[in-house]
Design a protein around this ligand. Structure first.
Ligand code: ADP
Ligand code: ADP
Length: 228
């Protein structure tokens, strides 16, 4: 678990337009932050800056109090869950979940890969599907595999980029419940991008509203959605 502090973050792409413009957010240990705003307002850019996939133009990013502006993504110990799942089609569910453990030899030696994968699969109701390949799974099952892969890494924080937006309404509801359960079990600090107000209400401790790269408001879902 970790705190994430964004201090006056700015991101300018090559065209010089600030996709993120002086954004400051303090995320507490174990807090679940929802990021909302119209398409193009900078949600993905902010997630990608936090996880290290995008350079910071100015400002500071601190994880657990440590400045990480120049720290490589693999050394930040954060897990990102993408909208399109990003699974390996030729690997089984088991191997997809195990993948980050096999990459990181030190951690793999310290723990038992088989046990870690089965524990994650258990939390996500994937135990019966461990030998299948992603091509044979439903969208919801694929997204659970992607989440399993995030969980086994025992990351300090999760970053979710609209993880449920490719699912139909029924699956989205089931997955929302499952993510809420995981959040209660693991309590991992999370930043979660969504367009869905129900997801924001169900999952969020606080909701941050971005517009044209600027943080407009940050409040509890109640304050934000139930104000007169
Ligand atoms: P959102 O996730 O809220 O839809 P993005 O973070 O994807 O917003 O984009 C924010 C702004 O930055 C948009 O104007 C977008 O066109 C621009 N942008 C995003 N990625 C790039 C890039 N790689 N190069 C140039 N501009 C980009
Ligand atoms: P989303 O809004 O879901 O983030 P987009 O279609 O805006 O998706 O962006 C998809 C990808 O294209 C992202 O990786 C983003 O960085 C990149 N991108 C977005 N806008 C631009 C842009 N103006 N120039 C170059 N790349 C861009």
């Amino acid at each position: 678990m970790a705190t994430i502090e964004c201090k006056n973050l700015v991101k300018k792409y090559d065209d010089g337009f600030p996709a993120i413009n002086d954004v400051s957010i303090d995320i507490a240990d174990g807090e679940f932050i929802i990021l909302v705003g119209p398409s193009g307002c900078g949600k993905s850019t902010l997630l990608r800056m936090i996880v290290g996939l995008e350079d910071i133009t100015s400002g500071d990013l601190l994880i657990d109090g440590k400045r990480v502006n120049e720290v490589a993504p693999r050394d930040r110990n954060l897990s990102m869950v993408f909208q399109n799942y990003a699974l390996y089609p030729h690997l089984t569910v088991f191997e997809n979940i195990a993948f980050p453990l096999r990459l990181n030899k030190n951690k793999a030696e310290a723990g038992n890969i088989d046990e870690k994968v089965r524990r994650a699969a258990d939390m996500l109701d994937l135990n019966e599907h461990l030998d299948r390949k992603p091509g044979n799974l439903s969208g919801g099952q694929r997204q659970r595999v992607a989440m399993g892969r995030a969980i086994v890494r025992e990351a300090d924080a999760f970053l979710f980029d609209e993880p449920l937006s490719n699912l139909d309404a029924k699956l989205r509801g089931q997955m929302r419940t499952q993510i809420a359960q995981l959040q209660r079990t693991l309590g991992t600090t999370s930043v979660y991008v969504t367009h869905d107000q129900t997801e924001a209400m169900t999952l969020g401790d606080r909701v941050a509203v971005l517009k044209r790269g600027v943080l407009q408001q940050i409040a509890s879902p109640r304050e934000l959605y139930e104000q007169p």
